[in-house]
Design a protein around this ligand. Structure first.
Ligand SMILES: Cc1ncc(COP(=O)(O)O)c(C=O)c1O
Length: 483
């Protein structure tokens, strides 16, 4: 057991549970149980928490206790709840589920699913060639123990060169290779943030970054992104007022919104962070993926004169997530301190995978150019399908990255995600990208699947969106007390 959720808290999470799609066909207890299952699947209700006693939840929802009793019974029958007499009921998941790469739980038998929950491309064709070439290189390393806590020198040099090519002179001893960007973030947090430390993040932001911050029990404040990106005065004002220990920002094609931070704001953020003693963790996951010939502003690190900026990035978005190669760019002493932390975690990254990365980076110009063309085609297919099938949704055309952030025609994101799952489309609903269950009007749509799949997915989403209206609209207008 990891905690307990009180009746009023669960009531808040459950929101408009009585307005579920298909609601008119199902009794109250089934709608309630269905919404609890949805919260578990969305990751908004953790596993292993104790649910409120039946009477407490009934009072919080202003419904009869027998309805809650029946809902809990159904949850036990479907394997979502374990109860012990006198001790309470805990959330769990049925055995036929697994953790997906989004961090969400998904059924095991989902091969046919069009997965729009994950914003990552399949591997490029060059990956096999790079892997074969890497095995040829491997003998050079086999005479040693193979532990390189900061990474093999060839890869650190290649990554440092790429920074230099972007206008940020970097030496190999400023680079530490990690097992993906997420690992880089976790290590940086271990080094730079004491448990319970304060952190500023964008809202919405990348959910797994929030998970990493939760792991440090960080106290989080947010900067709300506007429809066209960061609001400079508010962002700088938040830094000055809250003086967080650390700020985590995604300036290039922000996940999920796709915004690109302008050069001037980069400079001002670094200056403000230095003035208040905040370290900046800059996630550059999407920096290689400007589309439509969009010019990139200088890297945030260019404005850093006091080692305030720690940049993290990796191979997952331009190349392949399965490679699990990322890195940290920091000062050489910080890299040494990170390496000391790292040996207490996983010692080092696999040598063979790092060699594969070296070969891919040697071919970066070709591979990345192809990825950009592919992504632009897929983005345009997605935009076209949305304009045709869901014309009331508002989207800003992202000039890079792999996601677009759609504003829906109502606060239905979670309900829509649940309904879409039924027709074979997995979605990451808006609240996954916020802190407190807000963002129900938004949905992140990645354009990483082939164009035909994206068009098919939008068609299915549009169909269930229409169904939501038919079954739920009445209830949205007049939230009723159900007894
Ligand atoms: C902003 C951001 N940071 C980090 C990651 C994790 O990347 P990696 O696969 O390199 O760990 C992602 C992946 O979606 C991301 O979007």
């Amino acid at each position: 057991m990891t905690g307990q959720v009180r009746g009023v808290q669960l009531a808040r999470l459950l929101g408009q549970w009585h307005a579920l799609p298909g609601r008119r066909r199902s009794p109250d207890y089934a709608a309630l149980a269905g919404t609890v299952r949805g919260l578990l699947a969305d990751g908004r209700l953790p596993l292993g928490v104790r649910l409120p006693a039946e009477r407490e939840l009934a009072e919080a929802l202003r419904i009869s206790r027998t309805t809650v009793t029946a809902a809990y019974r159904q949850l036990r029958e479907t394997g979502h709840l374990a109860s012990r007499r006198g001790a309470g009921s805990w959330t769990m998941l049925p055995g036929n589920h697994r953790v997906a790469s989004t961090g969400l739980w998904t059924p095991l038998d989902d091969r046919e699913m069009l997965d729009l929950g994950v914003a990552a491309l399949a591997a490029p064709p060059q990956l096999l060639t790079a892997a074969r070439a890497a095995t040829e290189d491997l003998p050079r390393y086999l005479g040693g123990a193979g532990y390189h806590p900061t990474g093999i020198i060839e890869l650190r040099e290649a990554v440092a060169d790429a920074y230099a090519a972007r206008g940020l002179p970097t030496s190999a001893d400023q680079i530490m290779v990690t097992s993906g960007t997420q690992h880089a973030l976790d290590l940086v947090l271990r080094l730079a943030l004491a448990p319970g430390g304060s952190v500023l993040v964008e809202s919405p932001t990348y959910p797994n970054a929030l998970a990493a911050l939760a792991g440090r029990r960080a106290r989080i404040t947010t900067h709300g992104l506007a429809a066209d990106g960061w609001e400079p005065d508010l962002l700088l004002g938040s830094l000055r007022q809250t003086r967080p220990k650390l700020a985590y920002l995604i300036p290039e094609f922000q996940n999920p919104t796709g915004h690109l931070m302008p050069a001037e704001l980069r400079e001002r953020v670094v200056a403000a962070a230095h003035a208040v003693g905040t370290d900046l963790v800059i996630d550059e996951s999407f920096v290689d993926l400007p589309l439509d010939g969009t010019e990139l502003p200088p890297p945030v690190g260019v404005y850093d004169r006091h080692s305030r900026v720690i940049s993290i990035g990796g191979m997952s978005k331009p190349y392949w997530g399965g490679l699990r190669i990322g890195w940290v760019r920091a000062s050489a002493p910080q890299v040494q301190r990170l390496a000391a932390v790292r040996v207490g975690v996983d010692m080092a990254s696999p040598v063979l995978d790092q060699l594969v990365a070296v070969h891919l980076l040697a071919d970066a110009d070709t591979i990345v150019a192809e990825r950009r063309v592919q992504l632009a085609v897929q983005r345009d297919a997605l935009l076209g399908a949305l304009a045709q099938r869901l014309p009331d949704w508002r989207v800003t055309v992202p000039r890079g990255g792999v996601t677009l952030w759609a504003e829906l025609d109502g606060p239905v994101s979670s309900a829509l995600a649940r309904a879409a799952e039924e027709v074979g489309v997995r979605l990451a609903p808006g609240p996954r990208f916020g802190l407190d269950g807000t963002m129900e009007r938004f949905l992140r749509l990645p354009f990483t699947l082939p164009a035909a799949d994206l068009v098919e997915a939008v068609g299915r989403i549009a169909a269930v969106r229409y169904d939501l209206d038919r079954t739920g609209r009445q209830r949205w207008r007049e939230p009723a007390v159900i007894a």
